[in-house]
Write a protein that binds this ligand. Structure first.
Ligand code: HXC
Ligand code: NAP
Length: 285
C-alpha cells in the first residue's frame, strides 16, 4: 500500500485530472503531488474541488489549482487549459477520470438518462482530448493521456449499458490516438479498474442494502477490492517518463475479476475439497 515510484518522479510535470475532487481522481492526484507534480483538478462542483485543493495542499505541500468545468462544455474545457497554462506554464498530462453512472434495467431509462452518462463519459473525454491534443500539437509539445475505463468496456454489461457504451468509446479513442498522434509525441493509455470503494461509485452502483447482498469481493479471485494506492501507483507510472514506450495499452487492475467471471468453469470454486475427492473417485485414476 506504499507509493511505488522514486521521489520526484513527476517533478516539473503539470497534470490535469477531470473529476479530480473526489474518489479515485483525488487519490491519484494526491500521489502525483507527492511525486512532485503540479496538479489541476476540475469538476462541476466548485465547492468540492476548492475544498479538495485546500486539503491536498495541506497534506502534500504541493501546488493545486481548482477550475470549475463541466466536461460536456467545450468552452469550459478550453478555459481549463488556459488557466493551467497561465498558472503553471506547459501542460504535461491529462487524466480523463470524470464519469457518470448508475444501475438500471435499460428499458427503464429515458433517452435523457442514457444521454447524461454517455455525454459525461464519452463526449467529456473526447472534448478534453481534442482540446489538449490540439494545444500540444500547435505548440509542438509532447503529452500524455491516461483514460479511466472499466473492464466492461470490452465485455459489455447489463444494467450499466450507457456507461458500457461510453467506456467502450473511450477505449477506442485511446487506441486510435495512440497510433495517430504518436508522431506528435503524444501517448495515450487507459486503466481498467475493477471495484475500488468510493462514495460516488458505491452509492450509485450498490445503493442501500445491495452492498450487503452483492459483496464485490466475492466475485474477485483475490477476494478483496482494490486499494486506492494500488491504482495511484499504476496511474503515476503511466503518467511518468518511465512508461515512455507504453502507448495504446489498457491495463486491467481488478484482482482477476473479469477473467474469472467470463471463465466457463470458474464457478467450480464452489466445490469443496471433499467433493473433489469423490469426483476423483468417480472418474477413476
Ligand atoms: C434511472 C436516472 C437515474 C437512475 C438519474 N437518472 N439517475 N435514471 N436511474 N439512478 C435520469 C434522470 O431521471 C434524468 O432523466 C437524467 O437521468 C438526468 O438526471 P439528473 O439527476 O438531472 O442528472 P445530474 O444531476 O446531472 O446527475 C448526473 C448523474 C449522477 C450521472 C445522474 O449520478 C452524477 O452526478 N454522477 C456523477 C458521479 C458518478 O456517477 N460517479 C460514479 C462513477 S462509477 P429524465 O428523463 O428524468 O430527465 C463508475 C464505475 C464503473 O463509473 C465500474 C465499476 C466496477
Ligand atoms: P466519483 O468519486 O463519483 O468520481 C467521478 C467524478 O466525475 C466526480 O468528481 C464528479 O464531480 C465528476 N464529474 C461527473 N460529471 C462531470 C461533468 N459533467 N464534468 C466534470 N466532472 C464531472 O467516482 P469514482 O469511483 O472515483 O470514479 C472515478 C473514475 O473511475 C470514473 O471514470 C469511473 O468510471 C472509474 N471507475 C471506478 C471504479 C470504482 O470501483 N470506483 C471502477 C472502475 C472504473 P462533480 O459531480 O463535481 O462534477
Amino acid at each position: 500500500m506504499e507509493g511505488m515510484l522514486k521521489p520526484g518522479s513527476l517533478s516539473g510535470k503539470t497534470i490535469i485530472i477531470t473529476g479530480g475532487g473526489t474518489g479515485l481522481g483525488r487519490s491519484m492526484g494526491k500521489y502525483f503531488l507527492e511525486l512532485g507534480a503540479n496538479l489541476v483538478i476540475t469538476s462541476r462542483k466548485m465547492d468540492v474541488i476548492e475544498k479538495t485543493a485546500a486539503e491536498l495542499i495541506a497534506e502534500t505541500g504541493g501546488k493545486v489549482l481548482a477550475v470549475q468545468c463541466d466536461v460536456r462544455k467545450y468552452e469550459e474545457v478550453e478555459n481549463v487549459l488556459q488557466q493551467t497554462e497561465s498558472t503553471f506554464g506547459q501542460i504535461s498530462g491529462v487524466l480523463n477520470n470524470a464519469a457518470g453512472n448508475f444501475i438500471s434495467p435499460t428499458e427503464r431509462l429515458s433517452h435523457r438518462a442514457f444521454d447524461i452518462v454517455v455525454d459525461i463519459v464519452l463526449k467529456g473525454t473526447y472534448y478534453t482530448t481534442l482540446a489538449a491534443g490540439k494545444n500540444w500539437i500547435a505548440k509542438k509539445q509532447p503529452g500524455v493521456f491516461l483514460n479511466i475505463v472499466t473492464t466492461y468496456a470490452w465485455t459489455g454489461s447489463g444494467y450499466v449499458v450507457p456507461s458500457a457504451c461510453g467506456k467502450a468509446g473511450v477505449l477506442a479513442l485511446t487506441r486510435s490516438l495512440a497510433v495517430e498522434w504518436a508522431k506528435y509525441k503524444i501517448r495515450s493509455n487507459a486503466i481498467a479498474p475493477g471495484p475500488f470503494p468510493t462514495k460516488g461509485a458505491w452509492s450509485r452502483l450498490l445503493p442501500g442494502d445491495l452492498v450487503k447482498q452483492f459483496d464485490p469481493a466475492e466475485r474477485i479471485p483475490l477476494k478483496r477490492v482494490g486499494e486506492h494506492q494500488e491504482l495511484a501507483n499504476l496511474a503515476a507510472y503511466l503518467m511518468s517518463d518511465y512508461s515512455a514506450y507504453v502507448n495504446g495499452e489498457v491495463i486491467t487492475i481488478d484482482g482477476g475479476e473479469w477473467l474469472r467471471n467470463g471463465g466457463e468453469f470458474s464457478h467450480l470454486e464452489a466445490i469443496p475439497d471433499e467433493l473433489w475427492d469423490s469426483i476423483e473417485k468417480m472418474r477413476g485414476k
